[in-house]
Each structure stands twice: as structure tokens, then as C-alpha cells.
Design a protein around this ligand. Structure first.
Ligand SMILES: [Zn+2]
Length: 238
């Protein structure tokens, strides 16, 4: 179950409530991660919110049981020479690569888990997959991390993991066929949200999908930074 999907009629990515208001309770939509049709599930407060569900048997990587299937895909070819360059770059830029993955993770990626993801990637031979560009490393390593990134605020408990587009034939299609494969990392967050009036009571359970563009920028700038700018500006006399 996810909160957002692609409109098959061309209105882009919209949330579940938008689909309900636009097309009614029987709206259907397209999953942005796997491309399959999704069905709308209308809210039954207080325990559910309006969301989308995949049809049974779906292998979409946004579904937790299928999220690591991507790692089992074969490469179209291997290139050990490029693999060596990638590993040398990784070792020489260990901390900057960690910092980018760390910031994408919502500052939740532990150093030990980052190291374990690197060793796992090496054991899987991923660095040798044909033509791997080094700027994909923080994104791949986040997907390899098996544990979920846990966050708790007064009203929300979140457990998140990261996935890439599903339905590929070869793992390296991600970077070798950028016109066919979404250059996106999705953060899938399973959320339990408690009402402001009753933070101890039963919470609403839902899944939130956040799209993060794969780029070669040295830093990841999180979307909440805009609010931080606005908050800080008056303190700086600006
Ligand atoms: Zn899907």
C-alpha cells in the first residue's frame, strides 16, 4: 500500500486522496516503481487512510517481501577493469560516499551498516557489473542495507528502506539504460501515526513513498531544508 501513484491520464504523480476526488472510489492508477495497475482503497478511519494497493502476487520492490529481489538480477555483462576503478574510488572516497548515503537515509545510516553493505556488494560482485558509474554507489549501498531505518517522533513511528525500479531484466539496466529505467531511488516508509489528542492510542498505519533523484552531486539536499532556511533567516537578520 502506498500513498502516491502515476495518473494514467497524464496528470503525473498524485496522492491517493487526489485520485479519490478526481475519479471516485473505484479509481485505478499506475505504480511508479513497477508500472503495474494499483487499486484505490478508501479510508476507514481511524485505522486506515486512503491508499493504493497492488494486486495479489505483485513482485513490486516497494513491497517489503520483494524489496531485495533487485539484488538477485544478473548483469548484462561484467567489466572487472571498471570494477577495480570503482573499488579504488570507493576506498579513496569512503567518507564522502558515506556522507551522501547518510544524508539520503535521513541521517540514520550507521557506519557499521555502511561497511557491511560494501562487503555484501563485493561478495555479490556488484562493483564489476558493466559500466557502473561511481555516483550510483551511495544509492546502491542504501538498497543493499538489509535493516530498516527507524525514526520516532512524538506522533509518528517510521521504518524506512530504499528500493529501485522493479521489473528490470539486468541489474545494470539502471545505469546502462537511463532512458528506460527511472533514475530514482524510492524511500518506502511504513508509518504508524498517532492523533495529536491521543498519542498513546491506536495509530493509523500507512506507507509513504518518497522519490529521490539519482544524481552525481556531492551532497544530497533534503526537501525540509527550505523550511530551515525560512526559520533561520530572521535570526540572521535577513
Ligand atoms: Zn509497484
Amino acid at each position: 500500500m502506498t500513498n502516491r501513484a502515476r495518473d494514467p491520464h497524464g496528470a503525473g504523480i498524485q496522492n491517493a486522496e487526489w485520485f479519490r476526488l478526481t475519479y471516485g472510489n473505484n479509481a485505478s492508477a499506475q505504480c511508479e516503481v513497477c508500472g503495474d495497475e494499483l487499486v484505490l482503497r478508501v479510508a476507514h478511519p481511524p485505522h486506515t487512510v486512503t491508499h493504493f494497493a497492488h494486486k495479489s502476487g505483485s513482485q513490486c520492490s516497494s513491497i517489503e517481501s520483494a524489496r531485495r529481489h533487485f539484488l538477485d538480477l544478473p548483469p548484462s555483462a561484467k567489466d572487472p577493469q571498471n570494477g577495480r576503478r570503482v573499488r579504488e574510488h570507493l576506498l579513496a572516497n569512503l567518507y564522502p560516499i558515506y556522507l551522501k548515503a547518510f544524508s539520503i537515509s535521513g541521517r540514520k545510516l550507521a557506519w557499521g551498516d555502511f561497511q557491511r553493505a560494501i562487503i555484501d556488494a563485493q561478495q555479490r560482485g556488484l562493483f564489476d557489473y558493466a559500466g557502473l558509474p561511481v555516483h550510483y554507489l551511495p544509492y546502491l549501498l542504501l538498497c543493499i542495507c538489509p535493516q530498516k531505518f527507524h525514526d520516532k517522533t512524538t506522533y509518528d513511528t517510521r521504518d524506512a528502506y530504499f528500493v529501485l525500479q522493479s521489473g528490470l531484466k539486468h541489474f545494470d539496466d539502471l545505469w546502462n539504460k537511463p532512458d528506460q529505467v527511472a533514475q530514482t531511488l524510492w524511500k518506502v516508509s511504513h508509518i504508524e501515526r498517532h492523533a495529536t489528542r491521543d498519542p498513546q492510542g491506536p495509530g493509523e498505519l500507512f506507507t509513504e513513498l518518497e522519490a529521490i533523484a539519482i544524481d552525481d552531486a556531492p551532497f544530497y539536499i533534503p526537501p525540509w531544508l527550505d523550511k530551515a532556511h525560512a526559520k533561520l533567516a530572521p535570526h540572521l537578520g535577513l
